[in-house]
Design a protein around this ligand. Structure first.
Ligand code: PLP
Length: 443
């Protein structure tokens, strides 16, 4: 594996570094280290070029080190290093909010900036509860998430998450949370794009609301396409049904678009790709092309309006972060939005998705492959686990790909791929050919 082992400790010892979601004892023996990035590629510290089929971590949608984004950050850093967003701001923050609203679905008209997807999710959950409070409906405090949902690592996001293993060590979490089932079954295997059947899975929301008493539920939160949990596209009609049920019961619908935003499914947001508008929407990752941490919650004008009452000298939302709307993040975000428009990245992604989905489907019948799900430029390849070692096969396949020049991510025995959206057809072929070779060369 291209890596830096501890023999390079004099240059950079990983002993003091505690990394997220990482087996540290392994990592300290053999750390995967990157020195630079450009376009579709990383260069490791020992000089290997690696095709980045993960867009960093689902975030570098326009490709690495885009000169216009780099320059915008540099310029901002030399002009205004920091200004608080508490009772003050700066012109690029206002402009960033406006540009984001320009590309958001119609009717979503305000944005609250955070520094990550996790903060965006916790902010969205707090806005949802506070919205009902502001309207005098203080009984609505419960949340509904969904199986396999990933909503970041704050206590709120973890509470609505549908990935039990991630919660195990951190309870008690928020108590008033229940979960929808994943809209997926074996009949949907190898169905590129949205499965035709399966809208009926949304009926579970009506049943859950009956059980919970709908007048006590604040919000439903889902990723339009389940991402980290294994790329599950929504069946046709499913999201619209969720929307209708929420509207009928006065429950807010939150789309967590941290992965699906910024072109990943061929439109600015999945809400537009699927023609369903939520009440609140989170964004992060591709928002700044991964170059500076930033997230945000985009809300409908109806949600925002509910807060704009009471004495004018009192903050309507008692919430915020030191680095909300940080000048460097705003500069990176503005340059990212402009670049997306100049390069027509949404359209490029929509076109590349056809090639991408065909390549994913071609994995049917390949050794170890149980399912391949693809939509936009997202794909999960689910492998049969080894009977005695769950996750081992996934890890080996990812390591094999890395050694052969392609970065993919193993989440247990599911290989997830989500490249920069500027990927060429030849690079798509390289990713899937390398993956096939890895599968054929793995026990
Ligand atoms: C859907 C979704 N929500 C929230 C998050 C959390 O974002 P962050 O890691 O920036 O806190 C992620 C991260 O992968 C995500 O995929």
């Amino acid at each position: 594996m291209n890596s830096v082992s501890t023999e390079h400790a004099a240059e950079a010892s990983p002993a003091a570094f505690w990394a997220p979601f990482t087996p540290m004892r392994q990592f300290r023996k053999q750390a995967m280290m990157f020195a630079s990035a450009d376009g579709m590629y990383y260069t490791t510290t020992d000089g290997s070029r690696i095709l980045d089929a993960m867009a960093g971590l689902w975030c570098v949608n326009a490709g690495h080190n885009q000169p216009k984004i780099v320059e915008a950050i540099r310029e901002a850093a030399g002009r205004l290093d920091f200004v608080s967003s508490f009772k003050m701001s700066h012109p690029q923050a206002i402009e960033m909010a406006e540009r984001l609203i320009d590309i958001a679905p119609a009717g979503m008209e305000q944005v609250f900036f955070t520094n990550s997807g996790s903060e965006a999710v916790d902010t969205a959950l707090k806005i949802a509860r506070a919205y009902h409070q502001a309207r005098g409906d203080s009984r609505r405090t419960k949340f509904i998430g969904r199986a396999k949902g990933y909503h970041g690592m704050g206590f709120g996001g973890l509470s609505v998450s549908g990935l039990g293993r991630q919660k195990r060590d951190f309870g008690p979490l928020l108590g008033e949370v229940s979960h929808l089932p994943l809209p997926y079954d074996a009949s949907m295997r190898f169905s590129a794009g949205q499965p035709q059947q399966g809208a009926h899975y949304a009926d579970a929301l009506s049943q859950l609301l009956d059980v919970q008493d709908p007048s006590t539920v604040a919000a439903v939160i889902v990723e339009p396409v389940t991402g980290s949990g294994g790329v599950y596209p929504p069946p046709h009609g499913y999201l619209q049904k969720l929307r209708d049920i929420c509207t009928r019961h006065g429950v807010l619908l939150i789309f967590d678009e941290v992965i699906t935003g910024f072109g990943r499914v061929g439109a600015s947001f999945a809400a537009q790709a699927f023609g369903v508008t939520p009440d609140l929407m989170t964004t992060a990752k591709g928002l700044t092309n991964g170059a500076v941490p930033m997230g945000g919650v985009i809300v409908s004008s109806a949600v925002h309006e509910a807060f704009m009452r009471g004495p004018e000298n009192v903050p309507e939302l008692m919430h915020g972060y030191t680095y909300s709307a940080h000048p460097l993040a705003c500069a990176a975000g503005l340059a990212t939005i402009q670049l997306h428009q100049e390069l027509g990245i949404n359209e490029q992604a929509a076109a590349a998705a056809l090639e991408w989905q065909a390549a994913a489907l071609a994995l049917q019948g390949v050794k170890h492959v149980v399912d391949a799900r693809a939509i936009g430029l997202l794909c999960a390849v689910e492998l049969a686990p080894r009977p005695d070692a769950a996750g081992a096969r996934g890890a080996e396949v990812a390591a094999w790909c890395f050694d052969h020049g392609v970065l993919v991510r193993a989440s247990g025995d599911v290989i997830v791929i989500s490249p920069p959206l500027v990927i060429t057809n030849a690079q798509i072929a390289q990713v899937f050919e390398t993956l096939q070779d890895a599968l054929l060369n793995t026990l």
